[in-house]
Design a protein. Structure first.
Length: 323
């Protein structure tokens, strides 16, 4: 009787151990799978915005069984109004590349752009890095009432960062920054190598503002930014062609510097659009636009104005000093 009981107990204990070990292996496998999925999601989210990644993952889970390899996937395009676009370009990058080795140059750019990415408190979403050009947008995907102010503060912080790099490297490197408020289309293109980007007439304007910029130092003056006429039309064909007024944001007093030099925009103006303006019939651009050119060293003295705090919907008013 005791022998039979011991034998039954042994079999029961063995079965329970096997079940326990199998359950443990299943749990470990599930944890490893979840950890790997989390890593893959983080990798994808480092390339694409989180809101688009989550939308794409949800669609893939539903459509994966029915979508043939040769079929086009869903096009993820979103339209956002009341946003501000910031374009920034490093001045003196060519001379810097002559002084530093290729490894040192890449390390410096990585450190610089990494610092820009950490400026998340300004509610700006980085879109892309093109060589020494960095651009981002505020108001995507979550609306920002003060999107213009967010981009201006982002520009001010970028200038503080480039000052630090200039001091550490002992090299004449500056920043030229252009900010413009308007509407954008943003989304993902491509079937295998996805690319997130923004498009609109206002994106082209922001790029032209940066291209027509000058060297000037920016400081936040208690919520009010001093401004003067930027004369961007004198330095950029795009701005002159479309009669776009620009403003330079600067501190109260700086030493005079040489007249600003224009650079070629980082885009080629499209000539194949059927509409008069790219996306002109989609975005409906009958609203007030405020153009800024932010940059890095001092500006020529001239007529001054106060560019008020850029609160509200990103629309600002320029008040002439003395009025």
């Amino acid at each position: 009787m005791n022998t039979a009981g011991l034998f039954i107990h042994y079999l029961s204990d063995r079965t329970q151990r096997q079940a326990f070990l199998e359950t443990r292996r299943c749990i470990e496998g599930r944890v490893r799978l979840e950890r790997e999925n989390h890593r893959q999601e983080r990798l994808v989210m480092s390339i694409l915005p989180r809101f688009l990644v989550l939308e794409m993952i949800a669609d893939m889970a539903i459509m994966d069984e029915y979508l043939l390899p040769q079929q086009f996937h869903k096009i993820y395009i979103h339209h956002y109004k009341d946003v501000s676009i910031l374009f920034a370009d490093i001045i003196g990058f060519t001379s810097l590349s002559l002084v530093l080795s290729a490894q040192e140059l890449v390390k410096t750019l990585n450190e610089l752009f990494g610092r820009f990415d950490r400026l998340a408190e300004h509610q700006c979403l980085r879109i892309k890095i093109l060589g020494d050009c960095y651009y981002c947008v505020s108001g995507v995907p979550e609306p920002q009432r003060g999107h213009a102010r967010c981009c201006v503060e982002m520009g001010l912080s970028m200038i503080s960062t480039i000052r630090y790099v200039r001091r550490e490297l002992q090299q004449e490197v500056d920043m030229r920054i252009g900010v413009h408020s308007g509407s954008v289309l943003c989304g993902v293109l491509g079937l295998q190598k996805w690319q997130f980007d923004i498009w609109s007439w206002d994106v082209d304007v922001a790029n032209s503002l940066e291209a027509a910029g000058s060297n000037a130092t920016l400081d936040c003056l208690g919520g009010i930014y001093e401004a003067e006429a930027g004369h961007g039309q004198d330095r950029n064909e795009f701005l002159r062609k479309h009669n776009i007024d620009t403003y330079l944001i600067r501190p109260a007093s700086r030493e005079d510097t040489e007249p600003p030099k224009a650079r070629r925009p980082s885009y080629d103006e499209m000539t194949t659009w059927s509409a008069e303006l790219p996306f002109g019939d989609i975005l409906g651009m009958n609203f007030v636009r405020i153009h800024f050119i932010l940059s890095v060293q001092g500006l020529p003295h001239g007529g001054k104005g106060n560019l008020d705090s850029l609160w509200g919907r990103g629309l600002s008013q320029v008040r002439r000093a003395g009025q």
